[in-house]
Design a protein around this ligand. Structure first.
Ligand SMILES: C[S@@+](CC[C@H](N)C(=O)[O-])C[C@H]1O[C@@H](n2cnc3c(N)ncnc32)[C@H](O)[C@@H]1O
Length: 197
């Protein structure tokens, strides 16, 4: 299906080198031994071993790759085919799929959908509710979606939480960081743990 162009698609259309830069950035961080999987450690703590996990907007696969290595069944979906190719090269094992989350239509029902790294601020605003609805539809009955993004990126937290409710997702826990700091009115980051309403 054709959708309004999102911010990431606009960036890579304007700057074809952007994807390669982004891939190199994470390869460099990994080579230097930086901790680039904090979000995935939180997700790992939410489920038993062998859970079914969707990495939504997976990029070059840093989180899905880790979650696969610690024993989960991982699907990663991203709209940027260059990033999916990097995920396949660097993190073999998960099912990596090039596609728009607005078209998400997988046979799995997931224990967790993790959507980290400001993905929801890069999708086209006209697809936000549809994407959240697809998250809801792809969750197991007890499943949770964990969505993390920063303030000042054109998607106010209150609007996101309204969209989530419209899409059939309600908050279980709101945090301001992936290391479990509480969310307050002043928080500059939101990690929303959502379940089906
Ligand atoms: C800042 S990157 C974060 C990547 C990854 N989640 C991480 O944290 O390493 C944002 C990602 O969102 C993806 N993205 C943006 N719009 C998308 C859409 N509509 N469907 C799927 N992926 C999308 C981009 O391709 C990009 O990989």
């Amino acid at each position: 299906m054709t959708h309004e162009q999102g911010e990431w698609e606009r960036i890579i259309a304007e700057n074809p080198g952007h994807s390669a830069w982004y891939i190199d950035r994470f390869r460099g961080l990994a080579e230097r031994g930086e901790d680039i999987v904090g979000e995935a450690r939180l997700v790992d703590a939410m489920v038993g071993r062998g859970a079914t996990i969707l990495d939504a907007g997976c990029g070059p696969g840093r989180l899905g790759g880790y979650l696969h290595r610690v024993g989960h069944v991982v699907v990663g979906v991203d709209v940027d085919p260059a990033l999916i190719a990097a995920a396949e090269a660097d993190h073999p094992g998960p099912t990596w799929v090039a596609g728009n989350l607005a078209d998400l239509d997988r046979p799995e029902r997931f224990d967790v959908i993790v959507c980290a790294g400001n993905v929801v601020t890069f999708v086209a605003p006209s697809t936000r509710v549809d994407i959240l609805r697809r998250f809801a539809d792809h969750l197991d009955l007890d499943g949770r979606a964990v969505v993390g993004f920063g303030a000042g990126r054109g998607y106010p937290f209150a609007e996101f939480l309204d969209d989530a409710r419209t899409a059939g997702l309600v908050p279980d826990v709101l945090l301001s960081s992936w290391d479990l700091r509480p969310f307050t009115d002043d928080s500059g980051f939101l990690v929303a743990v959502l379940r089906r309403s």
